[in-house]
Design a protein around this ligand. Sequence first.
Ligand code: ADP
Ligand code: MG
Length: 548
Amino acid sequence: MDIFRILSRGASLNKNKNKTTDYALPQNNISKSQKSKKDSIVNEVEKETDFFHTKKHHKPIEESKSSKSEEQVVEEEEAPPLEINNEEDARKFRNLHRSKVTGDDNPLPIGSFQDLIGRFQIDKKLLSNLIDNDFIEPTPIQCESIPITLSDRDLIACAPTGSGKTLAFLIPLVQQLVLKNVTKNHGIRGLIISPTNELAVQIFQQFENLVKGKNLKIAILSKQLANKLNNDIVKSSKYDIIVTTPLRLIDLLKAGKIELSKVEQLIIDEADKLFDHGFAEQTDEILNHCTNSKIRKSMFSATIPSGVEEMAHSIMKDPIRVIIGHKEAASNTIDQKLIFTGNEEGKLLAIRQMVQNGEFKPPIIIFLQSITRAKALYHELIYDKINVDVIHAERTPKQRDEVIKRFKNGDIWVLITTDVIARGVDFKGVNLVINYDVPQSAQAYVHRIGRTGRGGRSGKAVTFFTKEDDKAIKPIINVMKQSGCENGFNEWMENMGKLSKNEKKSIKTHEVKRKKISTVPKVIKQKRKQKQDMIEASKRRKQEENNE
Ligand code: ADP
Ligand code: MG
């Protein structure tokens, strides 16, 4: 059976004028009891979130359509933005948002973007750009980070996926740099580093909206720009701010084609990734080129393990540390669930079951552990030119960009991928993340599932596991507990395996060997083989007859 045939049978896809996409499962295929079951799942998923005071603006269309009791509506409209005038107000604010702020002389959070007018003389155009983009009230991480940065303090910030960390560093960056009048071709003053190109592009796009009408020259270090810099067609001093991945920047630094000595604002997004093996050396090299003694540094991520924090402290001056929620928790807008599929074949069966139950509601992202497996699942699901596509490191940047665009537009419903897009990428309306293969660490899990439940929306994350994963699910259960998703797993799952330190390490460094992905049932495979054997035998017979 082809699950996507069921999916495509009556699925409707409405695009509203704002280009966000509303996906709906075929209602005519769902019985009343299935519908009420589906509704109850949706209701269960729609948990209260504190990220956005403006939740009404950012709700998925379907959510606003659902019939809610008046009490629920009243409850949502409560909690007006706090005015924060003193330490006591700040304490209340931090209690409300479960935020912890540590460091010497940390400034009070802001309660609204308007607070920035009185306290930091925020640029009027910057403020109006925010409003024009529908950013009406700051999220908790923005409330805390913006005043810290504008007070010229180094910052280590940890806040859930989809909670608005990008604006938390972009707003003060713009403000800091527009405030100072510098001569033309002064040199790069702001540097943002991101681990992947996709994320760099996204940061740059959000940035462009923010600096509209301001005299700031920003650029993404694309291949084209790198070529121009390499061939001296343009000089790096032309730019005020650069957004880049480490490798491209390092190539230019080595060639002496880019100059970082004027950088006064350095932002490291997805900091734990950039301090992890594979990236740490490159990050260090970049830091060595940032020689301005007045440089201010920030790092952001949804997961900051202690080791990374130690490293951060060693390169920062008296930093303030902000943690929203729990350090190792997922966003509380994501409903998480573990499903035991017995064996590999069980995973496709589980997807079919989700389709039958009305739980397979696009847009969906499916993560697998390797490129080979991602390709294999893609080929299994591609029958009949269905809206499924795949992104992995072997595809060209252009192909990757194209697929992301099509997924965001709603032309692709199901995106199959590896960890290559697990971090940062903001797909607003993703309903469901499926971990077809168990991620190798708690951090990888938090970032993968963080592609849903963004910007205050609700989302769902399902992780399949087999006998082979008895050890690897432990860190995931811990995240689920920290995020308050105790209902997403059973007690027996928790007792499956206790981890020693070595085992933990081994999970992170070794991929689980898995059986190949295939939907073709064994009997059919056997029949095909029999047929093939018969053809071969008949060929041999003919050959023998000819030889005689
Ligand atoms: P994070 O980096 O924390 O994972 P992002 O910065 O990508 O999250 O933001 C997630 C989504 O929330 C984005 O779509 C962004 O436009 C939106 N967003 C950010 N800040 C606000 C705000 N103050 N009001 C409304 N939406 C916001
Ligand atoms: Mg981010």
